[in-house]
Design a protein around this ligand. Structure first.
Ligand code: F6R
Length: 357
């Protein structure tokens, strides 16, 4: 299976700003993120009783909120609200911890919702690599998780998600098991040694997934919980890195509507590829739902690919399954001769909106 994914010179040419390198360094990012969390000054928040946690963020930064919400759902005793937009819900205010996550520090929706939180006297934690949020944090003395700049937000997911997750442990909102962290980090280290550019396609599941997607339109199916967040993440990664349209949905909600929609237009859907996550420890009812549904849809799509989920802890499962998809989306760009880094449509819209300020 020789293709341009095994041609290191070609990869270098197509990826001058190093999106693949950012993915290959995911393990190192997580290790550095642990240090950022450990060294962060959270004293102002340390002995607070929080009524709830609202995590604000858009796109690659907002994904931190999605993954954290699903990771902590089984144990956290207060509500976790994900805010992806300009406005805070009315119930978020005094006594809530509001975490504003923006890689650039300049995302206007996040800044708007943060200003509302400040106006309502919420406890504030900011995570950014610079921009207006960094200025605000310095000026007003808010607790801050300062992360390194110079990457695309989506390529900085280790820096974005992990310090906030670990800070929630420091602040007593959750109790992270150290053995889960070790399992996750060990698994990511092992996967990095397999998914990197030097491993040929024949032995590299990330390159293989990219090849399977190729010119087909991917549809990602997750399940409520971590795989919902991961499905959405994979969809966004395929959009932004692979410059490819992609849609997603969740079991079991899709069993109540979307499955029926596969009955028409099979001439079009025959060039789709369906990607689903397979967790061997899923509830039997969920396994049956997935098995029966994929059987029902099989003849309407070109191929069904199941991503085998590895690990035992939720953290290890989430990070390793996300990692495969993230790096595969970069390989998809390279396979199709595209630079994975630029997001021209996002940048030009932001520039247009900035003219209104
Ligand atoms: C670009 C990307 C985007 C940004 C989003 C918000 O790589 O992933 O989805 O994350 O436009 O910008 P930030 O993360 O700077 O707040």
């Amino acid at each position: 299976m020789m293709n341009n994914l095994d041609d290191l010179k070609k990869i270098q040419e197509l990826d001058p700003t190093g999106m693949l390198k950012a993915e290959e360094d995911f393990y190192e990012q997580l290790i550095e993120a642990q240090n950022i969390a450990k060294n962060a000054d959270l004293l102002k928040l340390n002995s607070c009783e929080f009524k709830g946690v609202a995590i604000l963020g858009m796109g690659g930064s907002g994904f931190s909120a999605d993954i954290i919400k699903t990771l902590v759902a089984d144990e956290i005793k207060v509500p976790v609200e994900v805010v992806k937009g300009y406005d805070l819900p009315a119930f978020v205010g005094k006594g809530w911890l509001v975490v504003a996550v923006s890689y650039s520090g300049n995302t206007e929706e996040t800044i708007s919702a943060l200003n509302q939180a400040i106006g309502r006297d919420a406890y504030i934690l900011i995570e950014c690599s610079g921009g207006k949020l960094k200025d605000l944090a310095e000026k007003s003395g808010y607790s801050t998780l300062n992360i390194p700049s110079g990457l695309q937000p989506r390529g900085a997911i280790g820096y974005l998600f992990f310090p906030v997750y670990l800070a929630m442990d420091t602040l007593g909102l959750i109790d992270i098991d150290e053995s889960d962290v070790k399992e996750a980090l060990d698994l990511i280290k092992e996967k990095a040694s397999i998914y990197n550019r030097k491993t040929l396609t024949t032995a590299n599941p990330a390159k293989q997934l990219a090849v399977k997607i190729g010119d087909r339109l991917p549809i990602i199916y997750g399940t409520e919980g971590i795989y919902s967040a991961l499905s959405y993440r994979l969809k966004c990664e395929i959009n932004e890195n692979g410059k490819t349209p992609c849609w997603w949905n969740n079991f079991s909600e899709l069993n109540h509507n979307e499955t029926v929609g596969w009955e028409r237009l099979s001439g079009i859907t025959s060039s789709f590829i369906l990607i689903a996550f397979r967790d061997p420890e899923a509830h039997q009812k969920m396994k049956t739902r997935i098995e029966v549904t994929l059987g029902q849809i099989k003849s309407n799509v070109a191929e069904i690919v199941e991503i085998p989920v590895e690990g035992h802890s939720k953290l290890a499962k989430a990070l390793s399954a996300m990692y495969l998809g993230d790096i595969a989306s970069v390989y998809l760009a390279l396979l199709t001769g595209v630079d994975p880094t630029p997001v021209v449509k996002i940048e030009s819209l932001k520039a247009e909106l900035a003219k209104l300020d």
